[in-house]
Design a protein around this ligand. Structure first.
Ligand SMILES: O=C1O[C@H](CS(=O)(=O)O)[C@@H](O)[C@H](O)[C@H]1O
Length: 297
């Protein structure tokens, strides 16, 4: 049985809604976004405060580009950010009505393709998970409400995603060569809020470890869960915040788990109890994570 790890904030910065933590595999530093705070953030080794790139629209997620810099999926489309100059340009318009939806969680598949899902402002099942094919976004999974939790198995043959509002994590067979998924099925399911019962939270962002276990942040559940390929929860790490949003693995050995968290729209009593709400949390784990793939897009 693993001991409960020491959990520390990454510096003094607090996000409104931190998301998309990304350990950059060549720069060896952590990036993330603050969605309503409209910032892309970067923590360099030893820095207490992050570097920040303000955004004109909410950034849902980021990806590291093979040629340098980042892709930023914002409500108003996909943007390229040159992190050395701060210059940005539009790469692709959004594949949805930005008056009702925005981009949310996104990741790069084992072949370097970017996948990004959307979220419905009204939390209706009108969102989708998209694959970016260089020029445009093609919907691969329609009918979602809050597309989230993307992660691939170590062999690349299974793709996972979640729908936070549906309280479900899904898995499908994945063809790395063509970027197509087949046989989608429910991998794990959590109980929706039920009057009179303790609520365990809903699956938000995720990361995959080298043993093929899926780590899910449980929004309003105050923990991260390690889930075996068959869907069984094999470890739960309680966090000092109610709303973790997404884990990622990083550090020189890939064994530091960074977890973004939220404080936006949380009750005042909860925020008074949870001074780390909005921080990026960091803790050490036994099994390293899979490194992020650079996108060719
Ligand atoms: O905006 C967001 O909110 C959701 C939390 S909720 O279920 O809608 O309350 C979170 O999962 C998502 O990642 C985030 O971007």
């Amino acid at each position: 049985m693993a001991l409960e790890p020491d959990i520390q904030p990454l510096g003094a910065h607090r996000c409104l809604l931190g998301e998309s933590p990304l350990w950059h595999p060549t720069e060896q530093c952590l990036y993330a976004v603050d969605i309503p705070g409209r910032q892309v953030l970067r923590w360099r080794e030893g820095a207490d405060m992050p570097d920040m790139w303000p955004q004109d629209a909410e950034p849902g997620c980021i990806a590291a580009r093979a040629g340098g810099g980042l892709l930023v999926a914002r409500r108003d489309g996909l943007w390229a950010l040159d992190t050395s100059t701060g210059a940005q340009h539009l790469v692709s318009a959004p594949p949805y009505d930005p008056a009702r939806l925005r981009f949310n969680d996104g990741k790069v598949d084992p072949a370097g393709r970017l996948w990004v899902g959307s979220i419905s402002d009204a939390r209706e099942p009108e969102a989708a998970l998209y694959r970016f094919d260089g020029g445009a976004f093609a919907a691969q999974v329609p009918g979602l409400t809050t597309s989230n939790g993307l992660a691939w198995s170590p062999d690349g043959r299974r793709m996972h995603w979640s729908d936070t509002k549906a309280h479900r994590i899904y898995v499908a067979d994945f063809d790395v060569a063509t970027g197509t998924l087949s046989s989608p099925r429910v991998c794990a399911e959590f109980k929706p809020r039920t009057p009179g019962e303790a609520y365990g939270g809903r699956p938000d962002g995720a990361a995959m470890d080298a043993e093929g276990h899926y780590w899910a942040a449980m929004f309003e559940g105050g923990c991260v869960l390690r889930i075996a390929p068959g869907g069984d929860v094999v470890r739960r790490i309680d966090l000092p915040v109610t709303c973790p949003t997404m884990p990622t693995f990083g550090g020189a050995d890939g064994r530091t788990l960074f977890v973004t968290t939220a404080r936006e729209k949380r009750p005042a009593e909860e925020l008074a109890r949870e001074p780390l709400a909005g921080a990026v949390l960091q803790l050490r784990v036994d099994v390293p994570g899979l490194p992020a793939t650079l996108t060719q897009a």
